[in-house]
Design a protein around this ligand. Structure first.
Ligand SMILES: Cc1cc2nc3c(=O)[nH]c(=O)nc-3n(C[C@H](O)[C@H](O)[C@H](O)COP(=O)(O)OP(=O)(O)OC[C@H]3O[C@@H](n4cnc5c(N)ncnc54)[C@H](O)[C@@H]3O)c2cc1C
Ligand code: SF4
Length: 454
């Protein structure tokens, strides 16, 4: 009987691991992905903004587009995929038990790769004094409701936490017509990438309250207001200076935690502080033949790095079975990207995660690492342009995501959004299909970036 390599989780880490394992083992093993959601893709399915894949594919893609590239490769490879299937137990002798509509099943694996991603912290939710009205969401839930289900979560929104998810949701909710009153951040510096501060907050004049926190939630049935206070050097609220911001929605973006409950149950050791799985340089855990990759080791900013890590785990899971030399996973490159506030008087290039700070004085352009940044900064000074990413309804009322196939003038984005909200895409729309050409005479086409969410 063939060796079985079981991958728990079908996000970008799990998909990359499966493909690498299949390529390495050829027909010597069965490669199996088990995913609890209805489709592969993990968190990417709700990240309809662009910014994915530049390093790996040299292309700026949305999350669903990036996921789709891998899904297509998986369809072609001889990889068994179980979706709508949840792994509920893994023993340290590699018995994987899962449940789906057919009931409980067990596979005896030869090697296992955990690629279970991360979940959101809700600690902030519990720690804020006040009432418990409706209208409080974690950022990931807000993103899922807005992007996959086309549900309007509120009209006057406050965001707590300035990590990238909070910043991206500030822009996304603005596109959906909400008034984002402010982003509240406890630290002196924002947690997200400079390019996200620039394109998600500065573009829409959304205030960022650094060294502030929410000290009270108010409202009976629905949230009505929050009380905000500046904090001192130790992070303690300065009660005398507190003020009230009226709002009907609070989005909590207070961090992510690697999701490792099943791995832990099987005996995999975790980092006490981060909950990330502990591995050696080959991504192997303390249990021989059990590997981990992606956000379940450490939350990463860039999916390209997640895929790279998945590839190493997939290769090594096969190498382990045949006593071959394993690959080393070198380092977490996500830590290198500029975070915090953009530099005053400079343009932050949003074309790639490097987020170069560029000055333009007459014909002199400085600070750009590549020529694309030079063109960007010159354009930014003249007429800023952005790619619009948005959701569209289909004729039967289902949701799909879409983007303009080139940047359009920032000034007319609101007008273009109004058009997007009126049109209906075909129910058979596929990724890459043109939904509307030359939208608002911009020369840009509106194209579908996800499958229809039924
Ligand atoms: C809001 C947001 C914005 C981002 N923006 C960008 C960006 O602009 N550019 C960029 O490059 N990166 C971005 N990222 C980062 C990138 O998307 C993630 O780092 C990457 O998707 C993580 O991949 P993963 O496979 O480790 O985890 P996930 O995508 O979370 O996949 C884990 C999968 O495991 C499944 N699973 C978990 N437990 C079980 C179980 N017991 N049984 C079966 N299945 C299970 C889950 O359902 C999920 O599908 C963003 C991330 C977020 C959250
Ligand atoms: S200038 Fe080049 S390297 Fe720098 S952020 Fe822009 S595209 Fe990236």
């Amino acid at each position: 009987m063939k060796n079985k390599i079981v991958i728990v989780g079908g996000g970008p880490a799990g998909m990359a691991a499966a493909l690498a394992a299949k390529e390495h083992c050829k027909d010597k093993c069965n490669v199996i992905i088990i995913e609890r959601e209805h489709t592969l893709g993990g968190i990417l399915n709700q990240c309809i903004h662009d910014g994915f894949g530049l390093l790996k594919f040299g292309q700026m893609m949305t999350g669903p587009e990036y996921a789709n590239k891998y899904e297509k490769l998986i369809e072609k490879a001889d990889i068994k995929v179980y979706t709508d299937t949840m792994v509920i137990d893994v023993t340290n002798d590699k018995k994987v038990t899962f449940i789906n509509k057919n009931g409980l099943s067990t596979i005896k694996a030869s090697s296992i790769i955990f690629a279970t991603g991360c979940r959101e912290r809700t600690r902030g939710n519990i720690a804020i004094p006040g009432t418990r009205p409706a209208g409080i969401f974690t950022a990931g839930v807000a993103q899922n409701l807005t992007n996959n289900k086309n549900i309007c979560i509120g009209k006057k929104v406050i965001i707590l936490g300035s990590g990238d998810i909070g910043l991206i949701m500030a822009r996304r909710l603005t596109y959906e017509g909400a008034d984002v009153i402010g982003v509240i951040e406890l630290q002196k510096q924002p947690g997200g990438l400079q390019r996200n501060i620039s394109q998600c907050l500065y573009d829409f004049d959304i205030p960022l309250y650094l060294q502030h926190t929410i000290v009270e939630i108010k409202g009976k049935e629905r949230l009505q207001a929050v009380t905000v206070a500046p904090v001192d050097e130790l992070g303690n609220p300065i009660e005398n200076n507190k003020f009230t911001l009226e709002c009907d929605t609070l989005v909590l973006s207070v961090g992510l935690i690697p999701e490792n409950e099943i791995a832990k149950k099987s005996g995999v050791l975790l980092d006490d502080k981060t909950n990330g799985a502990l591995t050696d340089e080959y991504l192997q855990t303390n249990i021989s033949g059990v590997f981990v990759c992606g956000n379940s080791i450490k939350v990463m900013d860039l999916v390209d790095y997640v895929s790279e890590q998945g590839e190493v785990a997939g290769y090594n899971a096969v190498a382990y079975l045949f006593n071959e030399k394993m690959y080393e996973f070198k380092k977490q490159r996500s830590l290198e990207m500029p975070k915090g506030l953009p530099e005053n008087g400079k343009f932050t290039c949003i074309l790639c995660p490097n987020g170069c700070s560029i000055t333009v004085e007459g014909n002199n352009v400085n600070g750009n690492k590549c020529n694309r940044g030079k063109q960007f900064a010159i354009q930014e000074k003249k007429t800023p342009k952005r790619v619009l990413t948005i959701t569209i309804l289909t004729q039967k009322g289902y949701t799909i995501s879409a983007k303009t196939d080139r940047p359009i003038d920032k000034e007319i984005i609101k007008e273009v959004i109004k058009i997007c909200k009126k049109i209906r895409a075909s129910d058979n729309c596929k990724i890459g299909d043109v939904i509307l050409d030359n939208i608002a005479n911009t020369n840009a086409n509106l194209i579908a970036t996800s499958k229809v969410h039924l």
